[in-house]
Design a binder for this molecule. Structure first.
Ligand code: SAH
Length: 396
């Protein structure tokens, strides 16, 4: 096995249990290693620090599997690590029994580059690092053992694989997908999930708790849900007693699923729901020009800033939609505004939203600061994994 020797004084982040070793910290590789192979990380004095996966194509040259350099990284290790992640969730009262749940959240679960989402009998797997890709078979076997799932479907088609020199991969890696559409029950609402063609692994599980809050706040309110995807927030609002829900998305297939989702829930009143295929930036302007007003607006846009380099352009886009959102609110109205851009932190996001309220001429206050549900934890040692933040603001 090869050793990856760090430059002098570059061991500090590993000693603080940060799992990434950047190219600039690497002095040399001693021995031979192929992409994804396990290497031992040594400090400049030759002291072993950790076991990690080698990824020569990436700026993140290695990702730590274990901070115990004596650990052997093998099938048994993955079996333990995967079982531990699954067991942690089973012990959480908000997660136990959820049909849709993230089982493995990469670095925060000690499994860099591994994402696994459960939708009923199916687990959808996404491998985004050379090390994770190398151990596919062990990870799949461990997931099957820990969950008893009928199928594992791989959706490793995320762009970030390119940074690791990996090609996109998708398809069944265990069992077979059921013939009937896959559904999950979330906060009392049934939703269809398409692991093959849906966004990410099929659904945005991270917003589960925030969708529930929308339902709790929606009673008697006229709701506008922007970037609605398959209607998760919309259906919670209807379940919570919203008087009307207008939902906008630019994706026709997502809206078709949203309409099917509404039909899956006969307890919800379809007469209160309206779906609109449109560009949100344009639609908000038209709604304003038409003199429309709402009591609760959800803005859950796609990632405008994949990295800090895009923060400026993203800030303008967030400012734009939040400004328009504030202008469409009735007095006492509530704006639930999200950003899932890793490149825009909470502090900056709050500044943008505050600036938007000011420019819209409204006075407001933050009722809730939100983040992803607890099946998407944030590693204490690797906080840059945090990406989703939300502000619930009331005006007037
Ligand atoms: N709120 C959703 C997830 C939203 S994901 C949920 O809880 O499940 C972001 C959505 O924005 C996607 O469905 C995408 O189709 C849509 N989208 C992206 N750009 C858009 C635009 N300019 N106008 C309208 N919809 C857009």
């Amino acid at each position: 096995m090869a050793d990856l020797v760090l430059k002098p004084s570059k061991a500090r982040s590993v000693l603080r249990r940060h799992p990434w070793i950047f190219a600039g910290s690497v002095d040399r590789l001693e021995g031979r290693a192929r992409p994804g192979d396990t290497v031992t990380i040594l400090d400049a004095d030759g002291r072993p620090l950790a076991k990690a996966a080698w990824s020569p194509a990436s700026q993140i040259r290695a990702r730590v599997w274990s901070f115990d350099p004596a650990e052997s990284i093998d099938h048994a290790w993955f079996k333990r690590a995967v079982a531990a992640a699954v067991a942690r969730r089973a012990g959480h009262p908000h997660l136990a029994g959820q049909e849709g749940m993230r089982l493995i959240h990469g670095e925060a679960d000690g499994l860099p580059g591994v994402i696994a989402d459960r939708y009923g009998p199916v687990v959808v797997l996404q491998l985004t690092s050379a090390g994770a890709d190398k151990w596919r078979e062990a990870i799949v076997a461990a997931l099957v053992l820990a969950t008893g799932c009928a199928a594992v479907y791989e959706r490793s088609d995320s762009e970030v694989r390119g940074l690791e020199g990996l090609a996109p991969v998708a398809g069944c890696v265990h069992g077979a997908l059921p013939e009937a559409p896959l559904t999950i029950l979330e906060n009392g609402v049934r939703l269809e999930v398409d692991p093959v063609a849906g966004h990410k692994t099929g659904f945005y599980l991270d917003q589960r708790d925030n969708r529930r809050l929308t339902g709790e706040l929606a009673a008697g309110r006229a709701v506008l849900n922007c970037f609605c995807y398959t209607g998760g927030f919309s259906l919670q609002a209807l379940a919570g007693g919203a008087s009307s829900v207008l939902s906008i998305d630019s994706s026709a297939p997502a809206l078709a699923t949203a309409a099917r989702n509404l039909a899956l829930n006969p307890h919800l009143d379809p007469a209160r729901a309206q779906w609109q295929e449109d560009d949100v930036f344009q639609a908000l302007r038209t709604l304003k020009a038409d003199g429309r007003r709402f009591d609760l607006i959800v803005l859950d846009p796609p990632k405008f800033a994949p990295s800090a380099a895009h923060a400026d352009r993203a800030a303008r886009a967030y400012k734009d939609i939040n400004l328009l959102g504030f202008r469409l609110l009735n007095p006492g109205g509530i704006l639930m505004s999200y950003s899932c851009s890793g490149g825009v932190g909470l502090e900056l996001f709050q500044k943008i939203v505050a600036g938007a309220a000011c420019d819209a001429g409204v006075e407001g206050r933050i009722l809730h600061r939100l983040s992803a549900a607890p099946d998407h934890p944030i590693g204490l040692a690797a906080p840059e994994g945090e990406y989703l933040k939300g502000l619930v603001c009331q005006v007037g």
